[in-house]
Design a protein around this ligand. Structure first.
Ligand SMILES: [Zn+2]
Length: 248
């Protein structure tokens, strides 16, 4: 049983500038490395089960994307499908069909997916979670406006995809206690931007993620993935040596 699990964060798979774009080549390398290290992608329910003490996330990774950029459909999905991976995309529901018009530095204005693309990808097995309706920082709104963003974005997805989504991610990772409570009223699980491996002891509505911006270098990514395995192998070796010594 693994006591920790990996949740990866991506935004755009493109050559746009800034930390929220990863080049198609780097993304392909990261997915290839995962597959070579024996990892499979997990679905949201598997991760949720693991967090609640059921099942295992060893050699599994939950791949998440924020913002519904159009390059997900065009570039990321074909690469994911090469390895039989699925991903969970967090959608700012009322921005679909337009371009990124919220604060980003440097400003990139990347185009977003259309609703029909999300419907098609959902049929292909990709998962979708809510990310607010307008990508505003949730602590900056209250009352009906906040309910519109939190519950409303899930209601939009429910209307399009036939079921209320289990997962939410707050835009910019911006939350306060009240926001987290309101998210918990509607969603089974929510993901933040704290950089860490997820643990069962994490608050179910503030699960940390690994921002893949930090693993553009192939060696860094492979070392990170194999760190656990090397440690595990070392422990197994020590145990065998110990047993041999006791027998001797
Ligand atoms: Zn976002």
């Amino acid at each position: 049983m693994s006591d920790h699990a990996l949740v990866l964060t991506y935004h755009s798979i493109s050559d746009a500038p800034g930390p929220t774009s990863i080049s198609p080549d780097s993304f392909a390398m990261q997915m290839e490395t995962l597959a070579r290290c024996g990892y499979a992608s997990a679905r949201t329910q598997e991760f949720l089960d693991w967090h609640q003490g059921k099942g295992d996330m060893a050699r599994k990774v939950l791949i998440t994307f924020d913002d519904a950029f159009a390059d997900f459909a065009e570039v990321a999905v074909p690469i994911l499908e090469r390895h039989g991976f699925t991903a969970l995309m967090f959608v700012p529901t009322r921005k679909l069909g337009g371009a990124e018009d919220w604060y980003t530095f440097p400003p990139t204005n990347r185009p977003l997916m259309r609703r029909d693309q999300i419907l098609a990808l959902h049929k292909q097995g990709m998962e979708f979670g809510a990310h607010g309706r307008t990508h505003c920082p949730l602590p900056s709104v209250s009352g009906d406006a906040r309910a519109d963003e939190i519950a409303g974005s899930g209601a939009d997805l429910a209307e399009w995809l036939g079921a209320f989504p289990p997962a939410f991610a707050a835009p910019y990772g911006a939350v306060d206690n009240n926001v987290v409570c309101e998210i918990a009223d509607h969603y089974a699980i929510a993901f933040g931007t704290r950089f860490a491996e997820a643990r069962r002891t994490d608050h179910r509505h503030d699960i940390p993620r690994i921002d893949m911006h930090y693993f553009r270098a192939p060696l860094a990514w492979r070392n990170f993935l194999e760190g656990g395995r090397l440690y595990f192998t070392a422990r197994q070796t020590l145990r065998r040596v110990g047993q041999a010594l006791r027998k001797g």
